[in-house]
Ligand binder design. Structure first.
Ligand code: GAR
Length: 320
């Protein structure tokens, strides 16, 4: 199995969703581990539970830390080498800079079927609206409150006579089922070959005159016309007994290839067959793939293989 993603859970209170995530992570095949529990109240009752379960806890208090709170939190998360932040009843709005620093890496659970009933008192709003079904949503966090793309939802039916309390209790049971499942899917998404191929495809197709084409069973991308284009990238998936998943791109030659492999042996390797003609393999199965770096490599490889009329255009655009 790929390396587990390191999750930090942020709470403000009892942390029952946090507990659901901690217990789900005990399964051998869970793709995440709970590396840290923290939050904005140093006496939140959930912290004692996490501590008793042997999870590392950082007791931060937003009121006591004042203006330095977000900075201290950021530092704690970086020092713990966190990949994904899971908000679980964390009742504080994240500043835009914090969200930007962790773009695409923060998830939240909200007790309604978003986009319906955002914000606080969701159950009261559900009752007031006379809904006959509500539920919970796990979504990616963006700068707008409770507004990022939904990653998963579960429905909960209303029962005549429901109050905000009875509803909250039942929705919470549904939340405990939903959150671990959706977080597991999210954490393993980036090691799923289909997701990786789609992501590389998306980046390659931003370059001029490119198209996808399979080569000996591997997904590949070419520059130029459909009939005479040249391959500038491939994704190798468990081929020839090599590392599981890698991007193959063209280097300037054997010297550069050797220097790169020597400098970063965990990231680069010489692929079978292709290595002889200057192609290098860049691993895409690590815990933290730097997709900006992947995009730079794709552009470089594209430049080496694109016809002169296209690279001239690209150079003109660079100078512009
Ligand atoms: C949960 O119902 C969660 O969905 C909600 O707070 C509760 C926390 O319970 N979150 C929000 O309302 C966020 N806007 P817990 O501490 O027992 O997990």
């Amino acid at each position: 199995m790929a390396e587990r993603k390191r999750i930090a859970i942020l709470i403000s209170g009892r942390g029952s969703n946090m507990a659901a995530l901690i217990y789900a992570a005990r399964a051998d095949d869970c793709p995440y581990e709970v590396a840290l529990v923290t939050g904005d109240k140093d006496d939140a009752s959930g912290l004692a539970l996490a501590q008793a379960e042997g999870v590392s806890v950082s007791r931060l208090d937003a009121k006591k830390l004042g203006a330095s709170y977000w900075h201290v939190l950021e530092k704690t998360l970086r020092e713990t080498d966190i990949d994904v932040i899971a908000l679980a009843g964390f009742m504080r709005i994240l500043p835009d800079t914090f969200v930007a620093n962790w773009q695409g890496q923060i998830v939240n659970i909200h007790p309604s079927l978003l986009p319906k009933h955002k914000g606080l008192k969701a159950h009261d709003a559900v009752l007031a609206a006379g809904e006959d079904v509500t539920g919970a949503t796990v979504h990616l966090v963006t700068t707008a409150l409770d507004d990022g793309p939904a990653l998963g939802q579960v429905e909960v039916a209303l029962i005549p006579g429901d109050t905000a309390e009875t509803l909250a209790e039942r929705v919470l049971i549904a939340e405990h089922q939903l959150y671990p499942r959706v977080l597991a899917e999210f954490a393993s998404r980036e090691t799923d070959p289909d997701w990786i191929v789609a992501k590389v495809g998306e980046l390659t197709l931003k370059l001029p005159e490119t198209h996808a084409k399979t080569s000996h069973g591997s997904p590949g991308w070419r520059v130029g016309s459909e009939t005479s284009g040249k391959f500038f990238a491939y994704v190798s998936i468990r081929h020839h007994g090599e590392a599981p998943i890698a991007l193959l791109v063209k280097t300037s030659g054997p010297d550069e290839m050797a220097a790169l492999i020597e400098a970063k042996p965990d990231l680069y390797y010489r692929p079978a067959y292709y290595g002889a003609s200057g192609w290098i393999a860049l691993r895409l199965d690590g815990r933290q793939v730097d997709w900006d770096h992947v995009a730079e490599w794709l552009e470089r490889s594209w430049r080496l293989l694109a016809p002169a009329r296209l690279t001239r255009l690209m150079r003109a655009a660079d100078e512009f």
